[in-house]
Design a protein around this ligand. Structure first.
Ligand SMILES: N=c1c2ncn([C@@H]3O[C@H](COP(=O)(O)OP(=O)(O)OP(=O)(O)O)[C@@H](O)[C@H]3O)c2ncn1[C@@H]1O[C@H](COP(=O)(O)O)[C@@H](O)[C@H]1O
Length: 102
């Protein structure tokens, strides 16, 4: 299992069995608007990091954005595999269905 899959699994656990000490549980309890606000903030922080804050900072900000996108997916009952399937669909469409990306 990849770290993305494991993190998504933990986020779903925090959604289904909230913990008082969990940022994820608190964020989910605050609802979709707050999650969308965080996604927007983190996306801007990615842009700022890419414009001269160095590779490590960019990796950290992309990780923050990725985490918040996974929380958004979990709120909607969607999975990272749904995103992968969409990326696969696009890839196969563009390659004429002849190339197996695996
Ligand atoms: N990957 C993350 C992760 N990335 C970012 N964050 C949190 O996202 C928040 C974003 O930082 P900000 O400074 O922008 O926001 P803030 O002021 O702390 O909070 P807001 O009031 O703005 O929402 C920070 O509190 C980070 O700790 C994360 N919180 C949790 N995880 C993982 O989620 C899983 C569950 O953790 P808990 O939520 O602690 O149970 C574990 O695997 C954690 O490693």
């Amino acid at each position: 299992m990849s770290m993305l899959e494991r993190l998504y699994e933990i986020i779903c656990e925090r959604r289904d069995a909230p913990r008082p000490d969990s940022y994820t549980s608190h964020l989910l309890a605050r609802g979709e608007d707050q999650i969308l606000k965080k996604v927007g903030e983190e996306a801007i922080e990615v842009i700022v990091a890419a414009k001269g804050q160095g590779d490590q900072r960019l990796v950290e900000e992309v990780a923050d954005l990725t985490y918040h996108l996974l929380v958004l997916l979990a709120l909607h009952g969607l999975r990272p595999a749904d995103v992968e399937a969409e990326l696969m669909r696009r890839h196969l469409q563009r390659s004429g269905g002849t190339e197996n990306p695996a």
